[in-house]
Design a protein around this ligand. Structure first.
Ligand code: FAD
Ligand code: SF4
Length: 518
């Protein structure tokens, strides 16, 4: 069903994008239900400019349709283009022009979008149409763009820790006066357990959501319209409404938060989510507010249900990292996307879309992506991102692949995490050193190597682990840029111990891997 206003008398037209699905947004304070209208658009261009995972498409379109219906129920006038509408021009610019012509709004309102490209499109389109655009601050976030700019002023490289502590103090989260709860700001040392080679069988399963008629209709549409896009829809079970999002939060807090900290970095075959929350998608669609997520976690600690190392570790992700990367994105865009400090130029290997590889670590994480459009942080950083940086894939291509494969990917969060944290494309602005490791790390933190045809300890020869080969080759190739980094001293002192013969075999093997993969 498509909702259209019956007349042309629109005063304000509020554009709501698919990642802005909050009724609490301050933009709604500007709306008069009689005089104003909301515009929401499903367009082909956003699904195909980078071919999107089918799960990601269903998540966005279904959540948008549910939100549209909730708005209509509340009495808002909603202009909504569905993908199959005859007049749909299939781009944001085209749809905005079409609705500006038909409704002639006095001005267009929008909450700061999560994508620089989308904001530029909106600005350019409305300028060309001579309609004023009012961009409102996004108060979903706990640190505004201006506040972050103030924090960053005069700092050469930004430290998450400083930012995080300032946010804890500002919001009084896990604080006793001016001191951190428990006397420490950070419990990372308690948060590095793995399950060992055998893995664990007792991890509580994540709460799943059966597709309702709206979601089923969208699944059908996506299957038909985007048949060749990556991934499949056999297991679609994501939350798509505010009610679902609250239930997903409750499930995480009750069942997985207590062990979140302890196993934060662990990886186990057959357990894609482990003790992680799977809340990034609903947070990024704004179906959940970060404040309520933090409050729920902190209450769990004060009521004795979850230990401090888990709660602090989780709070740091939301109040620290999530706000921090968003700040970095708006501080550094648009120049940030062109960074490539290691001059990496290769294409993404084709198996990164299909999971067809004999490397067990990659195969497991990629199959999870194909099946669920999800991998947890350490899989992203220390398997998939690690492989890409070691191989030498162009960082922007890694970001594009990321945007296409993850349900929770939105530009503001993917760009800094992929280019900055994972691929070191900004030369150390966001991460103080490249996340580079050999197969030994993966062996320590997962049970993947147990069933792999390669040996993580071997860097050359038939059974050599490609991650280990590429790791030594990476350190060797980037000596000039990376060796000066004092945090890499230990790694370089190990590299120096390798004989010329060993290094020559590694270089040769790495070269043949690059040829094989790209
Ligand atoms: P949990 O492990 O349960 O963590 C709780 C929450 O903390 C997450 O839901 C998320 O909202 C927040 N969070 C944790 N780490 C980060 C971070 N580094 N940046 C921002 N928020 C964080 N997160 C996304 O939401 N979208 C992305 O596109 C994205 N791309 C990433 C790419 C790479 C290469 C890396 C290393 C990380 C990326 N992250 C991204 C951050 C993080 O990995 C995911 O938020 C998390 O894995 C999502 O799963 P979860 O909800 O189960 O998270
Ligand atoms: Fe991955 Fe190497 Fe372990 Fe195989 S041996 S799972 S390729 S780290």
């Amino acid at each position: 069903m498509n909702y259209q206003p019956s007349d042309k008398s629109i005063r304000n037209m509020l554009v709501i994008f698919g990642d802005q699905l909050s009724m609490e947004a301050t933009a709604f304070n500007e709306l008069d239900k009689k005089l104003d209208a909301v515009l929401m658009m499903e367009v082909d261009h956003e699904a195909t400019y980078i071919p999107q995972h089918k799960i990601r498409l269903v998540l966005f379109f279904s959540a948008m349709r549910h939100f549209r219906d909730a708005l209509v129920k509340k009495g808002y006038r909603v202009l909504y283009t569905e993908l199959e509408d005859q007049e749909n021009t299939h781009s944001f610019a085209g749809e905005i022009e079409r609705f500006v012509h038909s409704c002639q709004p006095h001005q267009v309102l929008v909450t700061e979008p999560g994508d620089y490209r989308v904001l530029s499109t909106l600005r350019n389109s409305l300028k060309a149409l001579s309609v004023p655009l009012n961009v409102l601050p996004d108060d979903h976030f706990m640190c505004s763009q201006e506040e972050f700019k103030e924090f960053a002023q005069g700092q050469g490289s930004l430290l998450l820790e400083r930012f995080y502590r300032s946010m804890r103090r500002r919001y009084g989260v896990l604080m006793q006066g001016d001191e951190p709860e428990g006397g420490q700001w950070n419990y990372d040392k308690d948060n590095r357990e793995s399950f060992g080679k055998e893995g664990s069988l007792n991890v509580p399963r994540v709460k799943t959501f059966e597709p309702d008629p709206i979601t089923r209709e969208v699944i059908h549409l996506v299957e038909k319209r985007y048949a060749d896009n990556p991934g499949h829809l056999d297991f679609f079970d994501y939350p798509v409404t505010r009610q679902h999002a609250l239930e997903a939060l409750e499930d995480f807090i009750a069942n997985r938060l207590p062990d979140f900290g302890r196993y934060q970095d662990a990886m186990v075959t057959g357990h894609p989510y482990l003790y992680h929350s799977r809340l990034a998608c609903v947070l990024n669609l704004h179906l959940l507010d970060p404040r309520e997520v933090i409050d729920a976690a902190v209450s769990s600690y004060y009521s004795g249900k979850a230990p401090l190392n888990s709660v602090e570790g989780f709070v740091r992700q939301i109040l620290g990292w999530r706000e921090y990367v968003r700040g970095v994105y708006w501080l550094k865009m648009p120049d940030y996307e062109h960074q490539n400090a290691l001059n990496a130029q290769l294409e993404m290997p084709v198996f990164m879309w299909t999971a067809e590889t004999d490397m067990r670590c990659l195969q497991t994480c990629l199959q999870q992506l194909v099946d669920h459009a999800y991998a947890h942080h350490i899989q992203r950083l220390m398997v998939l991102g690690l492989f890409s940086i070691l191989l030498g894939v162009n960082p922007w291509k890694v970001h594009e692949w990321h945007m296409s494969m993850y349900a929770d990917a939105v530009d503001w969060v993917s760009v800094p995490n992929v280019l900055g944290m994972s691929q070191y494309a900004d030369g150390g602005f966001l991460a103080t050193k490249p996340y580079a490791a050999s197969g030994n790390y993966i062996q320590k933190m997962s049970n993947y190597c147990r069933d792999c045809c390669y040996n993580p300890k071997q860097a050359s020869g038939e059974k050599a682990c490609p991650i280990t080969t590429l790791y030594w080759d990476f350190l060797d190739r980037h000596r000039e840029v990376i060796r000066v980094n004092h945090r890499m001293k230990f790694q370089y002192s190990n590299l120096m111990r390798k004989s010329d013969e060993e290094m020559s075999a590694i270089r040769q093997q790495a070269e043949s891997l690059r040829k094989r993969f790209t």
